[in-house]
Design a protein around this ligand. Sequence first.
Ligand code: COA
Length: 425
Amino acid sequence: MSKALDGVKILDFTHVQSGPTCTQLLAWFGADVIKVERPGIGDATREQLQDIPDVDSLYFTMLNHNKRSITLDTKTPTGIEVMWRLVKECDVLVENFAPGALDRMGLTWEAIQAANPRMILASVKGFGPGAYEDCKVYENVAQCVGGAASTTGFRTGLPMVSGAQIGDSGTGLHLALGIVTALFHRTHSGLGQRVDCAMQDSVLNLCRVKLRDQQRLERGPLREYSQFGEGIPFGDSVPRAGNDSGGGQPGRILKCKGWETDPNAYLYFITQGPVWAKICDVIGEPTWKTHPDYATPKARLPHLNEIFTRIEAWTMSKTKFEAMEVLNELHIPCGPILSMKEIAEDEALRASGTLVEVDHPTRGPYLTVGNPIKLSASPCEVTRSPLLGEHTAEILRDVLGYSDGECAAIARSGATGAVPGLAAE
Ligand code: COA
């Protein structure tokens, strides 16, 4: 069976997390992803957070599956010459260097277009055009400037960043969509184009409901926020709402049996309107079905604390999985708070290919997240990340058509660093 992106060549000039998550997705869909790395150093994440000395870190291996690696110093004359050959050969150049870095290497959009008019140039930067366009940005900065941190956490606590990497991986996802859209456009325009994703913009896109609430706030209090029921006045910007559900169906994280010792013995419980009668029966409050303070979603809003305290008395009598079983039967939306340990052991996630065990020559087997996007006609096989420069020789020969003598000259110039078997020929 062929892969959806078979035949597409991606020149992967990305590092750290945001760019690599994008190119990894494209590789999973079948693109040939050629990762260009600095000789001897490679992507900085290879040696960040290493759990085994001198072995590529999980940080790197889990972001760079299904790719090939070529080492190339693009600041040497031979290195940049080879890079230009790759630009002419590939369909997409993806990069997430600091603003201006690509231009400083001579890889300007104008020059790229002139060399390969079909080339798509896809970039991640921290900010779009404006006062901060030259800034370097990492994940948590993006969460702060994109509106996530000011709206996450508890009202009385500090702004909070999320464990979900919405700034890095979130932007990578946005960029991947931009790239396939530009590839589709190229099928009828015949031309490449630029795809730019700013991390601030991507986080804001994911926080769109909070901008919705900002505008609702101008017309009155946000009645579904807990603080409304607590009688605490709103300020002029969207407050942090703890674990209140972001939608129109109030929800909370509630304690379950064992919460005193298990930090994850909790359940997310949603008081969805259509199943309110079933909720009342389950928690033993049948009179709440018709009581004027509880019968309708609107009437319930000022009483959410009281309602959830009562529901919690019920959830505390069950483990999170027992509660989930009872509630699911009744179609009451809920979900246990799963620890990473529980997720790592989840058989269904393994069976679906969302969790995959991969073997690595220097690390051995490790667990990773596979492709969360399933295409029925383009199944995804997750293969290990490349060692630094592992495919240098084959890319020079097979992709760029250099002769053995030319390869040896390239290696002798120092452009690729030490590549076994290359300089000797
Ligand atoms: N050969 C030669 N030089 C190379 C090279 C290669 N193969 N690959 C990278 N370099 C050079 C770059 O050209 C740059 O040189 P310059 O500054 O002299 O122009 C240098 O390496 C470092 O690049 P830079 O991007 O500045 O790295 P950094 O480690 O200082 O910053 C980030 C890292 C992530 C903060 C920065 O790249 C950034 O802001 N990127 C955009 C936003 C982003 O993606 N952030 C999220 C990362 S998960």
